[in-house]
Ligand binder design. Structure first.
Ligand SMILES: [Zn+2]
Ligand SMILES: [Zn+2]
Length: 267
């Protein structure tokens, strides 16, 4: 285990009540009669006994209906909850939104969900089993500790931490709505490193990778995003494509977006 746990910063969700109480502490004093304020968008209550799959609506919420500073993030999460297999819908830039800002939200979300893959890997990716970070043959040195050879798990945790720090760095990303052109190169750097985490899992912990992928479609989404926005160069993609022809369940998982010539499909 690493000393540095993966920390994923979720956007703070402050309810209307918390905000109003904080702004006006006198409201809670016993001498002040309670005034029930009606919020324009009441908090949704989940009835006792509701099944998990019924907690969220089965259609994505409309971006216009989200009244939040983190509207784009919430919208993306709603799309994922509703249909994580609809990769085109997920990576397409929502109408009227900025493509760079959309990729930013995707990268944050990928880091968050990769944390769940790391939890699965902990059971078998240890300093004993994977002393070095490898995908196929090359060893990778972690960007945080280029002089020491971090184990695969340390590399993975350090890389996720560093990616999240970069995305949270106000000098690189002062606003989530408008991304400076000079910061876009960070998308490629982050994506290239995140790709290695998927590749390590695929080549060294296949069962965990496959089980996680069936549940989440996370690598399929990552690949779709990376090829759509050219975040990872094609020659770095080493996880074989899964298509109907090689015994997949027919959903064309992790297949690169660019259509290849038909006679190339066996390679
Ligand atoms: Zn490993
Ligand atoms: Zn390291």
């Amino acid at each position: 285990m690493s000393e540095e746990p993966v920390t994923v910063t979720e956007s703070p969700h402050v309810t209307t009540h918390e905000l109003s109480s904080a702004a006006n502490p006198a409201e809670n004093s016993p001498t002040t009669p309670k005034v029930t304020k009606t919020s324009p968008k009441p908090l949704r209550r989940i009835p006792v006994g509701t099944r998990l799959e019924d907690v969220y609506p089965h259609v994505p919420i409309s971006l216009d209906d989200i009244d939040s500073a983190f509207a784009l993030q919430e919208y993306l999460q709603s799309l994922i909850r509703t249909d994580k297999e609809n990769l085109d819908l997920l990576v397409n830039v929502p109408e009227g939104q900025d493509a760079d800002a959309w990729q930013y939200e995707h990268l944050r979300q990928l880091c968050l969900e990769l944390g769940y893959l790391v939890v699965q890997l902990l059971s078998e990716c240890t300093r004993e089993t994977c002393r070095e970070m490898k995908t196929t043959e090359f060893q990778y040195l972690c960007a945080t500790h280029p002089k020491s050879s971090c184990s695969a798990m340390d590399y993975i945790v350090h890389t996720l931490d560093q990616s999240i720090s970069s995305l949270n760095d106000p000098r690189l990303f002062p606003s989530r709505m408008s991304i400076p052109a000079t910061s876009l190169k960070n998308y490629q750097e982050i994506s290239r490193r995140l790709y290695r985490i998927f590749a390590h899992a695929y080549f060294h912990h296949r069962e965990i990778f496959e089980a996680f992928e069936i549940e989440t479609f996370l690598y399929a989404r990552f690949l779709k995003l990376s090829t759509r926005y050219k975040l990872v160069s094609k020659d770095l993609i080493i996880i074989p494509e899964q298509t109907e022809s090689n015994g997949d369940d027919g959903r064309n998982r992790y297949r690169e977006e660019n259509n290849r010539p038909e006679n190339d499909s066996q390679s």
